[in-house]
Design a protein around this ligand. Structure first.
Ligand code: S3P
Length: 168
């Protein structure tokens, strides 16, 4: 089995699904946000605040380049904005099988309404921000994906079963 990559909007469940899948498939999980925080020795929020979003996007591409060719039989949970760059989408395809966990804006808002760790959703009208970003991004997620799984109203168990039908 090769690498399995989880993509999708913030709050779609990539981290949780990645961890549970890692137990089930006995494969290690890598989270690109955590890799970047470890390398930079600061949080994503601090990186955004100090350097801005485009600097962070460069770090994401650098992180993917490093993973490409160096990881085997792993699960990779990709930051929500990572598939937006064409270069990153190409790298994702090279690295492994890409699974898009697709969620509705309502589901995402309910999960993230009290979250303070996502710089892009802070400030006024987070629900409006989610709708706008999701509207812009869905096409890129779909383009990057080998498999699309709708997660709304499903348990993690159901989502894992669906993923297992496609990998392996
Ligand atoms: C972002 C998603 C976040 C993190 C950063 C930017 C985005 O990752 O990379 O806050 O642009 O969607 P998660 O999807 O893991 O929350």
């Amino acid at each position: 089995m090769g690498n399995v990559i989880l993509i999708g909007f913030m709050g779609c469940g990539k981290t949780t699904v990645g961890l549970r899948l890692s137990y089930r498939l006995r494969q290690a999980v890598i989270d690109t946000d955590k890799e970047i925080e470890r390398e930079e020795k600061r949080t994503i929020a601090d990186i955004f605040a100090a350097e801005g979003e485009s600097f962070f996007r460069e770090l994401e591409t650098a992180c993917l380049r490093k993973l490409s060719g160096n990881v085997r039989n792993q699960i990779i949970s990709a930051g929500g904005g990572l598939p937006l760059r064409a270069e990153n989408r190409a790298l994702l395809h090279e690295i492994g099988q890409v699974i898009y966990l697709r969620a509705e804006a309502e589901t995402i808002y309910e999960r993230l309404k009290n979250d303070t760790t996502r710089p892009l959703l802070q400030g006024v009208d987070p629900e409006g921000k989610i709708r706008k970003l999701l509207g812009e991004r869905d096409q890129y997620y779909a383009e990057a994906a080998d498999v699309i799984i709708d997660v709304d109203g499903k348990t993690f168990e159901q989502i894992l079963c669906e993923i297992e039908q496609h990998v392996g």
